[in-house]
Write a protein that binds this ligand. Structure first.
Ligand code: SF4
Length: 297
């Protein structure tokens, strides 16, 4: 069997930064350090940091008074910062700068009607939707667009980890109803590059394995994108999750991984599948680095 590895795959700049923030904070302040929400949506990463002393909290209210708390890469609503302040917590903010950019857009266009294309309940959408008054359009639901004047100058924002093609469809639908709509392109470089690479894989393989956690939005989107191009796809974080799958007769298997998936998990799948040949598909993305918060520089 031949393996086709998508490029780019795996960690994005926002995830590298978030993990580095936790590790540097542990070095500087010692364990335990608290993390509000999973620092990134990958069980392996969260468990690994937990072993080093980073305790994940579901809610900021669980943080002990006066402790150090890192806010996850997905962004947080302003109320969490207020609660942290009232509990005298030291906040270290690991919100990805590309999510902060969407928060800033929401604040900038606060005087206009805003539609956020995003998945209700996802941590990033919870954070963005709390920055200004907005209507959330969730493409998994049976939506109707809000009933504004057709010449309304509304602004369309989006969650950073959605499917590029599905989001464009919704944006076009909004644009045809509201001709003055300002469409911001908020899907991040890492998500769109990984989707482009998985589309390239679909023309070459019988099955695509997306490596990552099931609660990772960008991983779920990669699986859906592959399937929308007619290629069977699995989403798993470790080979044990797919060992029951019948690989018999599959000659070409593609592998990609989400923006929060460490490369060691890709190695685990390669060792499990034991391919006769490995082909690299796609092109490397530009090296992007984000600066760390000042207190950890
Ligand atoms: S997927 Fe994009 S928005 Fe999310 S952490 Fe990575 S770079 Fe930032």
């Amino acid at each position: 069997m031949e393996l086709f590895l998508a490029t780019p795959r795996g960690f994005c700049a926002g995830v590298v930064r978030a993990i580095e923030i936790v590790e540097k904070a542990l070095n500087k302040y010692g364990a335990p350090i608290y993390v509000k929400h999973e620092i990134v949506h990958n069980n392996y990463v969260v468990d690994d940091l937990a072993m080093k002393g980073a305790i994940t909290l579901k809610d900021i209210n669980e943080a002990p008074i006066g402790s150090t708390v890192i806010f996850s890469a997905h962004g947080s609503p302003p109320k969490d910062y207020k609660i942290a302040k009232s509990k005298n917590l030291q906040i270290i903010d690991a919100t990805c700068p590309l999510v902060t950019k969407v928060h800033n857009e929401a604040k900038k266009y606060n005087d206009k009607k805003i539609i956020l294309i995003g998945h209700k309940g996802h941590q990033e959408v919870i954070g963005t939707a709390a920055q200004a008054d907005m209507y959330i359009y969730d493409d998994r639901e049976d939506n109707t667009l809000p009933d504004y004047d057709s010449d309304e100058e509304l602004v369309v924002l989006s969650q950073t980890t959605l499917s590029v093609e599905d989001t464009n469809k919704v944006a076009n639908q909004i644009k045809s109803k509201y001709k003055n709509a300002i469409i911001r392109n908020d899907i991040c470089y890492a998500v769109s590059n990984r989707q482009k690479a998985v589309i390239e894989l679909t023309g070459l393989v019988d099955l695509i394995i997306v490596i990552g956690s099931t609660n990772s939005s960008n991983c779920v989107r990669l699986k859906e994108v592959a399937e929308s191009y007619g290629t069977k796809a699995l989403l798993a974080n470790s080979p044990s999750e797919i060992e029951e799958y019948n690989f018999h007769g599959l000659l070409k298997i593609g592998i990609t991984s989400g923006a929060s998936t460490p490369e060691i998990l890709v190695d685990n799948f390669i060792n499990f599948l034991k391919p006769l040949k490995i082909n690299i598909i796609g092109t490397e993305e530009r090296d992007i680095n984000f600066t760390l918060p000042l207190e950890l520089e």
